[in-house]
Design a protein around this ligand. Structure first.
Ligand code: TQI
Ligand code: ZN
Ligand code: ZN
Length: 169
């Protein structure tokens, strides 16, 4: 079953659009942008919120970047596997990915030769769920379930994810 952060944190009532931007000069290419665009679409399909990329990083609602080790928010990354990414609850908007992971952004992660390969879109969909206010789910099929295997792709929202997000938006 889905959960929320304590006190049901959410983006303000009446939010119709949230903007997102990628940390400038962070090695993000168009492939990564396409993956995030797909990941945001999955949530906008089941809510009344749309997501729009902006180049104005400072004013964006959601700020996305790759970081390694200690990157100044008190939640250092730990190298290959372990913590893959984190996002903060509404309305912080920060979504950080561990730059040390073997991210797979195209093709089939399940066919990767790397035992440490991590599917970027799967993690993006999960972290966007946190950004919007969902905590972890006890339903194994749910995107918000708290574990995922390496070389696993899980990008389709489960009924449980949809029911949870529709309580909020
Ligand atoms: N990162 C944790 C996560 O996103 C960070 C975290 C732990 C967290 N507890 C939280 C974030 C509570 C918000 C609220 O769950 S992670 C997965 C999954 C991680 C894990 O690197 O462990 C995914 C990131 F669910 F698959 F295990 C992405 Cl998809
Ligand atoms: Zn961080
Ligand atoms: Zn999580």
């Amino acid at each position: 079953h889905y959960t929320f952060f304590s006190e049901m944190q959410r983006w303000p009532e009446g939010t119709q659009e949230l903007t997102y931007a990628f940390e400038p000069n962070n090695g993000l290419d168009d492939v990564v942008k396409g993956v995030f665009s797909n990941a945001f679409d999955r949530w906008s399909e089941v809510t009344t919120i749309t997501f729009r990329e902006t180049t104005s990083y400072e004013s964006a609602d959601i700020k996305i970047g790759f970081y390694s080790g200690d990157h100044g928010d008190g939640e250092p990354f730990d190298g290959v596997l372990g913590t893959l990414a984190h996002a903060f609850s509404p309305t912080n908007g920060r979504l950080h990915l561990d730059g040390a992971e073997d991210w797979v952004a195209t093709g089939d992660v399940t066919a990767s030769d790397l035992t440490t390969a991590v599917d970027l879109e799967s993690v993006a969909v999960h972290e966007i769920g946190h950004l919007l206010g969902l905590g972890h789910s006890s339903v194994e099929e749910a995107i918000m379930y708290p574990t995922i295997g390496a070389r696993t792709r899980k990008v389709e929202l489960a009924d449980d994810d949809i029911q949870g997000i529709q309580v909020l938006y």
